[in-house]
Design a protein around this ligand. Structure first.
Ligand code: PLP
Length: 457
C-alpha cells in the first residue's frame, strides 16, 4: 500500500487499455486449491495496480475527487480487522455511539445547529434516497404501511429539483415509486442555479392539476458546473408550501468548514435534510456520506421494522439502533475512519487544504480568462472550472464540440492528467475539478500546459 502511494506519480492516471482487455488475463474458473499469499500479491501488483484508474493520483482532476488519506486508509484497515456491524447498538455499541459523536462533530464543523442529527451512509445517492423516503412518509400518506399501488386516494406525488440537479435525485424518485415523471426539473438561470419563481410556478401548476408536491431538492454545488441554488428563497417557498427541503451538497459541503466561505450555504440551516460527502472533499476513502436531518423520527417512520430476531433487551433503554433509519440492515463502521481522520488533520488541516484547492481553481480560471483562445463557461464558486477552447473566428458549435473532445482526449492520453467533461447549454465543456489531497499547483500548471499543447496541435 505504501509502495503504491509512494510511486503514484510514476503511474499513468488512466491506464492505456481497451475495454474487455482485462477479463481474459484472469482464469475463467475459480481456484480449487489454496494459493500462497506471495503469488496472490504478485498478481495484485501485476494485474490490479497498473489497470486501476488513478483516483489517488495528484493529476486526477476529473469528475469530483475521491482521495483516501493515509489516516483514512488506516481507518479502513482497522474497520476490517475489528469487523463490526453497526445495525444495532447491541451488535456494536462503539460503532453506534462513535457514529453519534462523529456526526455531531461534522455538524459543528459545518456550522449547523444542534437541531441537526443524522447518520452515515455509503453514498450521497443513498442519503438522498433516505431523505426523500422520509419526505414521502412525512407527507402523511403512510406509504411505509400502505404502499403506493392500488390506492385511488393517492394523487400523483411530485418532487422538485433544478434542471442541473444530480441524477441520484431522479433515481431516488424511480426507486420510491414516484417515477421519473414524479421529478419536476425546474429551469435554471444563466448561472445554472434554480429559478425560485419557476419553482413557485411549477408547484402552483401541479396543485391546480390535482398533483401533490412533497419535497424540493436544492443543490449547493451542482455536478456539472458547481452552481449554487438560492437556498434561502427556496426555503421560503418550501416553508410556505409545507414541503420537505433537502439540500444536496455532496461535493461542495466541506467548504462550509470555512466560516468566511459560508455565504454560499445561506439558508441550508432551514433544510429538513442535508447531504455532504466526506468521500468527496474530506479525503475519506470511499465510502462515506453524511446525512444530516432535523427530522430523525420521520426517517424512522419510513424505515423502522423490528422483527423478533432483532429485538434486544436494550430496546427499552435509550439506545439507537441505526438500521431503523435506513433501508439496509447491515451497516459498516464508517465512523471509525472519520474519527481517526478528523483527529489526524484537525479541522484546521482540512480547512487549509480546502482553501488551497479553492485558490488553485481561481488561479486556473484566471489563466483561462486571460487567454483569448479559451473561454470560461460558468462561474467558479468552489474548486471546479468549466471551460473550452474557443479561438476567435473559430468554426461552428459542432466543430468546437469535436475539437474540445479531441483536446480533452489528447490530455488524458498523456497519462499525466485526467479530465472529464459535461455539457452546458448544449456545448461540450471541459471540467477541471480540484479536490485530490495530493494535487499541488504544479499539477494544475501542467494541466494547463497540456491543454494548450493539445489545442495548438
Ligand atoms: C451534487 C451531487 N450529488 C450527488 C452525487 C452522487 O454521489 P454518490 O456517488 O456519493 O452517490 C454527486 C456525485 O458526484 C454529486 O455531484
Amino acid at each position: 500500500m505504501a509502495d503504491y502511494l509512494e510511486t503514484i506519480e510514476d503511474r499513468s492516471v488512466f491506464p492505456s487499455i481497451e475495454p474487455g482487455s482485462l477479463r481474459p488475463l484472469f482464469p475463467a474458473v475459480p481456484p480449487e486449491a489454496p494459493e500462497p499469499l506471495a503469488a496472490i500479491l504478485d498478481d495484485y501488483r501485476r494485474l490490479v495496480e497498473p489497470n486501476a484508474t488513478g483516483w489517488q493520483h495528484p493529476g486526477f482532476l476529473a469528475y469530483f475527487a475521491t482521495t483516501a488519506s493515509g489516516a483514512g486508509i488506516l481507518g479502513e484497515m482497522l474497520t476490517a480487522a475489528i469487523g463490526q456491524n453497526a445495525m444495532l447498538w447491541r451488535t456494536s455499541p462503539i460503532a453506534t455511539e462513535l457514529e453519534e459523536v462523529v456526526v455531531d462533530w461534522l455538524r459543528q464543523a459545518l456550522g449547523l445547529l444542534e437541531a441537526f442529527d443524522g447518520l452515515l451512509t455509503d453514498t450521497a445517492s443513498t442519503s438522498s434516497l433516505i431523505a426523500l423516503a422520509a419526505a414521502r412518509q412525512a407527507a402523511g400518506l403512510d406509504v411505509a404501511a400502505l404502499g403506493l399501488t392500488g390506492r385511488p386516494d393517492l394523487p400523483a406525488l411530485r418532487v422538485y429539483a433544478s434542471a442541473e440537479a444530480h441524477s441520484s435525485i431522479e433515481k431516488a424518485c424511480m426507486t420510491l415509486g414516484l417515477g421519473r415523471d414524479g421529478l419536476v426539473r425546474v429551469p435554471v438561470d444563466d448561472m445554472y442555479a434554480m429559478r425560485p419563481e419557476a419553482l413557485e410556478a411549477s408547484i402552483a401548476a401541479d396543485r391546480a392539476a390535482g398533483r401533490r408536491p412533497i419535497a424540493v431538492v436544492a443543490t449547493v454545488g451542482t455536478t456539472s458546473s458547481t452552481a449554487v441554488d438560492p437556498v434561502s428563497a427556496i426555503a421560503d417557498i418550501a416553508e410556505r408550501e409545507g414541503l420537505w427541503l433537502h439540500v444536496d451538497s455532496a461535493y461542495a459541503g466541506p467548504v462550509a468548514l470555512l466560516p468566511h466561505r459560508r455565504a454560499a450555504f445561506a439558508g441550508w440551516e432551514r433544510a429538513d435534510s442535508i447531504v455532504v460527502n466526506p468521500h468527496k472533499w474530506l479525503f475519506t476513502p470511499l465510502d462515506a456520506s453524511l446525512l444530516l436531518t432535523r427530522r430523525m423520527p420521520d426517517l424512522r417512520a419510513a424505515f423502522s421494522l423490528v422483527p423478533e430476531y432483532l429485538r434486544t433487551l436494550d430496546r427499552e433503554a435509550p439506545v439507537r439502533d441505526y438500521n431503523e433509519y435506513t433501508p439496509q440492515l447491515g451497516r459498516r463502521f464508517r465512523a471509525l475512519k472519520l474519527w481517526i481522520q478528523l483527529r489526524w488533520f484537525g479541522l484546521e488541516g482540512l480547512r487549509r487544504r480546502i482553501e488551497r484547492h479553492l485558490e488553485l481553481a481561481q488561479a486556473f480560471a484566471r489563466w483561462v480568462d486571460d487567454d483569448p483562445d479559451w473561454e470560461r463557461l460558468a462561474p467558479v464558486p468552489f474548486s471546479t472550472v468549466c471551460f473550452r477552447w474557443h479561438p476567435a473566428g473559430a468554426a461552428t458549435e459542432a466543430d468546437l464540440d469535436a475539437r474540445n473532445a479531441a483536446i480533452m482526449d489528447a490530455v488524458n492520453r498523456t497519462g499525466e492528467i485526467f479530465l472529464s467533461h459535461t455539457r452546458l447549454d448544449g456545448r461540450f465543456t471541459i471540467r477541471l475539478a480540484i479536490g485530490n489531497l495530493r494535487t499541488e499547483r504544479r499539477h494544475v500548471e501542467r494541466a494547463w500546459a497540456l491543454l494548450r499543447e493539445a489545442a495548438s496541435a
